[in-house]
Design a protein around this ligand. Sequence first.
Ligand code: FAD
Ligand code: SIN
Length: 550
Amino acid sequence: MESSDFLVIGSGLAGLSFALKAAAVGRVLVLTKDRLPESATEYAQGGIASVWSADDSFEEHSQDTMTAGASLCHQDIVDLVVREGPEHVRQLIALGTRFSTRGGKHADEYDLGQEGGHSRRRILHASDATGREIMRALIEAVRREPNIKVLEKHLAVDLLIDSKFDPAIKRPSCWGAYALDVTTGVVGRYQAKATLLATGGAGKVYLYTTNPDVASGDGIAMAWRAGVPVGNMEFIQFHPTCLYHPRAKSFLITEAMRGEGAILRRPDGEAFMKRYDARAELAPRDIVARAIDSEMKVHGFEHVYLDITQRDAEFVRQRFPVIYERCLEFGIDITRDQIPVVPAAHYCCGGVMTDADGATAIQRLYAAGEVTMTGLHGANRLASNSLLEGLVFGHRAAASAQLLVRGDRQRTPDLPDWNPGKAVNSDEMVVVTQNWDEIRRMMWNYVGIVRSNRRLARALKRITLLQEEIREYYWDFLVTGDLIELRNIALVAELIIRSAISRKESRGLHFNIDYPQRDDAKWLHDTVLPPGGERSAEPAHGDRSASSGV
Ligand code: FAD
Ligand code: SIN
């Protein structure tokens, strides 16, 4: 057993921002399931949206966020994030983050990028490797901080909720988590006075995604099993432009390229976006992804093209150096060749519901970043608002958790160690790989960019069967990283399907051909899946032997 004041699960922008602030008042333990930098943050390209120039305003950034979110954003949260954003971006800069500047006579001014849905240039970026630069600065700061300890290759399995061990407790609290040391296979108990879920998104639920392998929705699944409501899971954002090449796994072509004039073309050369939206390539992402999907399905194209060849070659190489090099590895010179692209699952707008301080429905449990549903994104996230959300809520949650820990008089209860029960080593790993593949393919085909009642009903039937199989397997065999993730993607898939079935209209990222219209009279509200479902009532692992067969 290891104990600390704060337990942080996840080491992206949200987790590390929280850790750095919390370290001012207590000991922080960061658990992360891969290496420290491995996160969606590390791969962020376009940048971080923030009101920066004199001709921009908080009102305009708020309005753009609300418009992209198809009227489901919470105005108070939007205003809060937009207003607090610039201050936190300045702190990132003070920490050592180097954003790109305009160069020449304007070398002291930041170069502000443009992306879909933004009425102004307001995206601070580090060429096309913004996430890598932010993570570099955060990790250096974390390494300088004696109050922070990081355990890499430690995968949180489930949260330690006191009421799961003592049903007499009416207001549950979270006292940390069980986590698997991936290297040794041992599950340990990590207790803390305050716990932050910062596990990022769930792109791996889909066959094609821009997300890194760590994005398997673990935090959403853990929170829901613990009894925290989850909201707006039907709103999965598909990024319009992922590189299409048999050897290119999950490589994004940033929206900022369209901001610099890149044009989407069909294989016959037609620039088709104006037929779909007057804003053409700079329409919000849901519209652009659906337009590409429609062109591909109607005409049987395997992909469309993104064309930046009309811009000066030196500019393209300078502005998009990572994309230039990566495409060159596949024989595509983006200064001369069009780039083959397809949409791919990119961002989960829904998640663990929190208040404005990142607090969840369970005491001592906070959440920040992509794992959450704070109300910022509504039915569709505005480009580059995600890094901003993780940064602002990482800080807000830390401020709230600091107060809790400082004034804490409650003794940390000694909860049971993980009990593997009668579980044995599995000799049938094929069950795991088969189910992974089946879920991801089914979600791509049935619960993708365009949905229908029939496909959603089929998906629910399939996921219910698969979950039965996975549950048996989970309780009978010793856990591995793959098995834990499989259990989580299956649950997150179920939450997405159930949310999509419940919304009988089309709005933002949720498009159902059986209800093609938006219906404000009936559906101008969040989709909330309350806890208490069959799976959220799963037992605590301290008594795993008694629970086998559940
Ligand atoms: P992440 O950065 O994803 O970090 C999650 C962390 O949790 C990781 O360290 C992971 O290993 C860890 N973890 C997960 N599960 C567990 C577990 N069970 N136990 C222990 N650790 C766990 N947004 C923008 O605003 N601007 C952009 O330019 C932009 N570009 C993007 C480009 C790409 C290719 C991708 C994939 C996303 C992009 N996004 C962008 C979205 C944005 O990067 C993410 O939403 C954001 O970085 C999420 O930050 P986070 O801290 O919440 O999670
Ligand atoms: C991109 O660079 O296109 C991704 C930006 C984002 O996801 O906000």
